[in-house]
Design a protein around this ligand. Structure first.
Ligand code: COA
Length: 145
């Protein structure tokens, strides 16, 4: 499997936003005001699009990865449904861990507690739960140095 990442483009903003929105709608269980949350997500993607990368698997676009630059590395992963469960996420997590080590940064991520498979995957790759955010999410950090 050939996995490559290239800088995301402005025309990717809408697709990334859709993946993010679907994800929040699927897993958010806290009574948060959805419109402002989604507006915040859209603004973040628009202003940080330079930090997002498009992921290609064997030449086909498979999703997006975002490793935010400041202050800690904050990892976000969104793969299209057809590309899940094939080891792509694992490879991208390992790449982010290596990048964070090179940059001597902490690596953090937010995960919904109900996203049990993702939670298990992150634990398997060396992340530990650092804090709870409301009742629906955890902050996880990578603890393998
Ligand atoms: C979570 C995600 C990045 C994992 O990447 P992946 O390539 O599917 O994962 P891999 O194939 O490398 O590893 C397999 C593990 O990933 C997780 N996984 C696999 N398919 C998944 C799916 N459809 N949804 C969520 N997690 C999944 C499981 O933990 C699985 O391990 P298991 O076999 O023990 O259950 C990817 O499935 C995805 O983008 N899901 C939708 C968006 C999302 O949940 N993003 C994470 C935000 S914190």
């Amino acid at each position: 499997m050939d996995i490559r990442c290239f800088p995301a483009k402005t025309e990717d903003i809408e697709v990334i936003y859709t993946l993010c929105k679907e994800h929040i709608e699927q897993y958010e269980s806290d009574p948060v005001p959805m419109d402002p949350v989604l507006a915040w997500c859209r603004r973040k993607i628009e202003t940080k699009i330079g930090e997002y990368e498009a992921v290609f698997v064997d030449g086909k676009k498979a999703g997006f990865v975002h490793l935010s630059q400041l202050p800690d590395g904050n990892l976000e992963l969104y793969l299209f449904a057809d590309f899940r469960g094939k080891g792509v996420g694992t490879a991208l997590i390992r790449r982010a861990v290596s990048q964070a080590k090179v940059q001597r940064k902490q690596l953090l991520l937010y995960v919904f507690r109900a996203n049990e498979r993702a939670l298990r995957l992150y634990q398997r790759e060396g992340f530990v739960i650092k804090a709870k955010v409301g009742n629906s999410r955890y902050v996880m950090e990578h603890r393998c140095g």
